[in-house]
Design a binder for this molecule. Structure first.
Ligand code: NVA
Length: 396
């Protein structure tokens, strides 16, 4: 197959060094890697936890409940090791967030973690966009943990004479209305009527309608519900991303970037980065239980791409936690192997126990797979893609 060259990335006059990324796979130069200390189970209403989290672990999601201390400590070791490998082996510039006591965040109501920056920050071209988090417990997360990183970026850009824009999330004034009509203690008749309320939205998931855990009364989106493919961002509606969030993102993105929505068939949708994984320009792996090739091809950007479903279903494999007594995956599905991070179009970082996936990438796609331990970070809600924000990727 002859592939069109990636001509969709806007060309720039000089070679930027502080902020510049328009895809998920061209050579990485600088990134943020999160920090796990003091992570708490996110405390959100039961209807949201039921919609997004593995059933087995629902009882853990209660106010002020820290993740087990040994898991957090080992997660921090894994993140530090990952940062060291990125710096020493690949010569990348790595930014780290501040350590935050999440128990004190949100005026004592508690936060979540500093380990998953992908959810809250996204670089599109030379613009950094902060998520309008749907989850109340994540409000302030970027300000508390990443303020200094954003300052460093702005200072670096100024020194380098680069023009960089940081688009911070708007502050919510007054009560947040995002769960109105959806809370468990609402009367069932209210919830039924909720479907008629202005703010409510459902979306067609194949043949079924998904009732999301948020309404559409204000913009909400997590950056991890979007991926960059040149000037086109591919995203999804989810339990944390609503149509107003997508409109907001479209409005703040610089020209000529646009957003297209993928119809995913995932009732528990929250973050697109275990549903699709682009390896390089022209090659993408996808989770066939969540999206079809036909739906991907509907997007012109994938017209001539090699689109490959993961050829086995991780949900049917033996539970790793039983097999090797690894730490519980409290917040993620078994598709988490797809949450890998590309260093460049030939090199990808994969969790060291995902050996079947690693070998498939090597044998089928000729990738160089960097295997690193990350199981304790996985416990906190994500893998290498979630735990990073790529700040500079060299243009192809
Ligand atoms: N919520 C999704 C994405 C995680 C990165 C999942 O668990 O598969």
């Amino acid at each position: 197959m002859v592939l069109k060259k990636d001509t969709t990335t806007p060309s720039t006059m000089s070679s930027p060094t502080i902020i510049s990324a328009s895809n998920e796979y061209s050579p990485l130069r600088a990134l943020i890697i999160g920090r796990a200390a003091h992570s708490l189970f996110p405390s959100e209403p039961p209807h949201m936890i039921r919609a997004t989290m593995p059933t087995l672990h629902h009882p853990e999601f209660r106010p002020h409940h820290p993740f087990p201390a040994d898991i957090v400590a080992k997660a921090d070791q894994e993140l530090d090791n990952f940062a060291r490998v990125m710096t020493e082996r690949f010569g990348l510039k790595v930014y780290r967030p501040k350590e935050v006591d999440w128990a004190k965040a949100n005026e004592g109501r508690g936060g979540y973690t500093g380990a998953m920056p992908r959810d809250g920050l996204m670089v599109v071209g030379r613009t950094v966009v902060e998520a309008c988090f749907g989850w109340g417990c994540r409000r302030g997360e970027i300000e508390l943990a990443y303020h200094d990183v954003l300052e460093d970026i702005m200072e670096g850009a100024q020194k380098a004479g680069e023009s960089v824009r940081v688009c911070r999330a708007p502050k919510i004034v007054g009560a947040d209305t995002l769960y109105d009509g959806l809370l468990d203690d609402d009367k069932p008749e209210d919830r039924k009527d909720g479907a008629k309320q202005n703010g409510t939205f459902n979306s067609q998931n194949g043949n079924q309608t998904t009732h999301w855990a948020i309404n559409n009364t204000r913009p909400a989106f997590d950056c991890a519900d979007f991926m960059r493919f040149g000037t086109v961002l591919i995203g999804q509606l989810s339990h944390v991303t609503n149509p107003k969030g997508v409109d907001y993102l479209r409005a703040v993105l610089p020209a000529p970037y646009t957003v297209e929505l993928l119809n995913t068939t995932d009732d528990h949708a929250m973050h697109i980065d275990a549903t699709i994984l682009p390896l390089r320009h022209g090659t993408l792996i996808y989770c066939p239980s969540r999206v079809t090739e036909e739906e991907l091809r509907r997007h012109e950007v994938f017209g001539d791409w090699d689109l490959r479903p993961l050829p086995w279903n991780p949900e049917e494999e033996e539970e790793e936690e039983e097999k090797d007594e690894g730490p519980p995956r409290y917040m993620c599905s078994k598709w988490l192997a797809l949450n890998a991070m590309s260093v460049d179009e030939k090199t990808i970082v994969v969790e060291e126990r995902q050996e079947r996936f690693a070998r498939w990438l090597e044998e089928e796609f000729g990738m160089e797979v960097v295997r690193l331990p990350f199981r304790h970070v996985n416990s906190l809600g994500g893998s290498f893609h979630c735990a990073t924000v790529d700040l500079v990727r060299k243009e192809l």
